[in-house]
Write a protein that binds this ligand. Structure first.
Ligand code: ATP
Ligand code: MG
Ligand code: MG
Ligand code: MG
Length: 564
């Protein structure tokens, strides 16, 4: 490709909303352009990268025995009503109506649709297992689209679905997909961790997330360096030791606490450890108040709370002051679950039940209660674990200390079980002629998000450093001065030779200053570089790699052997 003809609108400055390197560099490098918030076009260079990622995904899915097909992005409301997700999926779903006022959505995912597609065709155990996939555009009206391709409202996903006779079969399919994902992300040169995930809106049991490690990642990964334990912070099981004291139980006391607003103030005021405080959080869940009580020095995990209550996360909100006043009757400060004026659902993290003589109270200059004990002074539904994991927690597998790092979720695999086959009536007849629901799994790769994750892991201050396998072109030949005939002829000759040998080559034949060409070359991150300059008359060119930039003078005829 001649760069004099290439549509590659590079920019000197990134748009001000681009907060992270991948967003800045993909826009500046002329690879993507925004249409509206969270919706992007892939320009020629960027689209080549997308296609390369897609092809690696495709090859490994095909190798694993999955078959590619393509479905519509538009899905009728009825399918989603059957699974119960039309109302449950929440405001992320783009909904639309046709001219007859029939309702549809732009598919955020395709579990229902795939189940529908196979249900009338699969009748016998002989047709199972089956694994199908597509690479297609998904739509999610994200609350906060940001970070360019990482959290978009329209994005490219590879989604696959497995159909098995029984749980054992599903587990086998799951393992095959896991192995295919390992191959995909290894070939893509992504540094990643596989972590236990939360099944959330998909339903079902086990799930694993493939996390590209990056400081800009929106997910926290809890892992252990001593063993192979790794989980998302939402899933990670918190093991937390509370020292039990032999102190005698005292009556509850009310204590006036001047100028006490934070946990640190409280620690100082009461002169006790910060794990002696209980924290009460008041939520509204589908409009109803719920109080969650957890150790004061920890954070509540809202996903776990929603899973426990079996409600989607968008139905959970922190209660406003008015609600708090109404249920507690407190005009000044809130003393947790003690002395409630109304019957309110109270969920108690199990660790609270082991703590003796805790301090409870509002985060305000007000009064607190001391010597509060679960069982005697308040009760509630005890929940095994409501906490977010924190660094230093104990690894549930080996007992050593947990570490936390950030990751970008690039893939997610789920054991769905029979949630969709039961609700959408996808059954088969087993060997004894008995009707059974098909057992399913689903498997997603964020293709466009992966492109951004690669840039996060491979860039420097001058631009992108594409790994060869996904680079839009393998080689860039820069002609320093296109008005010089010797330089031009040698550049053209090399361009022909390399192209004929099957390499993907860019020829910078633009009538631009060398500085402009070098900057663009760094920015768009082509891995192998050949510079044709002053020494063209001696048949000598410069050879360098984007990743280290070291220049070497070589003879033009040695270029091919150098590349190989
Ligand atoms: P997240 O936790 O980031 O919101 P998700 O868990 O909702 O993602 P899945 O439903 O598991 O996403 O979809 C499969 C894959 O699709 C994800 O692993 C991710 O790589 C990609 N993906 C999901 N949402 C987006 C988005 N808004 N923009 C780009 N890619 C996305
Ligand atoms: Mg999401
Ligand atoms: Mg997720
Ligand atoms: Mg996910």
């Amino acid at each position: 490709m001649r760069m004099s003809k290439l549509y590659m609108p590079t920019l000197r400055e990134a748009p001000s909303e681009a907060e992270i390197p991948s967003h800045q560099l993909l826009v500046r490098g002329g690879m993507i352009r925004k249409l509206v918030s969270g919706i992007y076009s892939y320009l020629p260079l960027g689209y080549r990268v997308i296609r390369k990622i897609e092809n690696i995904v495709r090859e490994e899915m095909d190798n694993a025995g999955s078959q590619e097909l393509l479905m519509s992005a538009i899905q009728p409301k009825e399918l989603w009503e059957a699974s119960g997700r039309w109302g449950n999926y929440g405001p992320e779903m783009f909904k639309l109506k046709d001219r007859h006022m029939r309702e549809f959505c732009l598919g955020p995912t395709h579990e229902e649709y795939f189940t529908f597609v196979i249900r009338d065709e699969i009748k016998s155990y002989k047709q199972l297992p089956l694994n199908l996939y597509q690479i297609q555009t998904k739509y999610r009206d994200e609350k906060r689209p940001r970070f360019g391709l990482i959290r978009a409202r329209e994005f490219i996903m590879k989604d696959a679905y497995s159909f098995d006779r029984d749980i054992e079969g599903m587990k086998k399919s799951y393992k095959q997909m896991w192995e295919a994902y390992d191959k995909i992300f290894t070939r893509l040169k992504i540094k990643y961790k596989v972590v236990e995930g939360d099944s959330g809106a998909m339903g079902g049991n086990q799930s694993h997330e493939f996390m590209a490690m990056s400081e800009v990642g929106e997910s926290l990964v809890a892992y252990c360096n001593n063993c192979d334990y790794a989980a998302t912070d939402e899933k990670a099981k918190v093991v937390y030791h509370v020292e039990k004291t032999d102190e005698e139980m005292k009556e509850i006391e009310k204590v006036y606490t001047p100028d006490v607003t934070t946990i640190d103030d409280l620690v100082e005021f009461f002169n006790i450890d910060d794990n002696k405080f209980g924290k009460a959080l008041v939520y509204k869940v589908s409009g109803e108040p719920v109080i969650a009580i957890i150790p004061g020095n920890r954070e509540l995990n809202e996903t776990k709370l929603c899973n426990y209550l079996k409600v989607p996360e968008h139905e959970l909100e922190l209660a406003d002051e008015e609600t708090i006043k109404k249920i507690t009757g407190a005009d000044k400060g809130f003393t947790g679950p003690i002395g409630l004026k109304e019957n309110v659902k109270i969920l108690v993290d199990s660790r609270i039940t082991q703590m003796k003589n805790i301090v409870v109270g509002g985060n305000e200059t007000n009064y607190h209660l001391i010597n509060v004990n679960y069982g005697r002074d308040f009760t509630g539904e005890v929940v095994e674990d409501l906490l977010l994991i924190a660094e230093g927690d104990i690894c549930p597998k080996c007992g050593k200390s947990i570490l936390l790092d950030r990751g970008i979720e690039v893939g997610n695999i789920f054991q769905l079980g029979t949630k969709y086959s039961e609700s959408l009536k996808a059954t088969y007849l087993d060997e004894s002629g008995k009707e059974k629901p098909i057992v399913m799994g689903s498997y997603g790769v964020g293709v466009s998000r992966t492109m951004a994750a690669i840039v996060e892991q491979y860039h420097d201050e001058n631009g992108i450093i594409w790994p060869l396998v996904v680079a839009p072109y393998h080689v860039i030949i820069t002609i320093i001065n296109v008005k010089n005939q010797e330089q031009r002829e040698l550049g053209e000759k090399l361009y022909d030779q390399l192209t004929k040998r099957g390499l993907e080559v860019l020829l910078d034949d633009r009538n631009e200053r060398a500085g402009v060409k070098f900057n663009d070359r760094d920015l768009i991150g082509i891995p192998i570089r050949i510079t044709v300059g002053k020494r063209a008359n001696e048949n000598v060119v410069e050879y360098s790699l984007r990743k280290d930039g070291r220049n070497e003078n070589i003879l033009a005829e040695d270029v091919m052997s150098k590349i190989e």
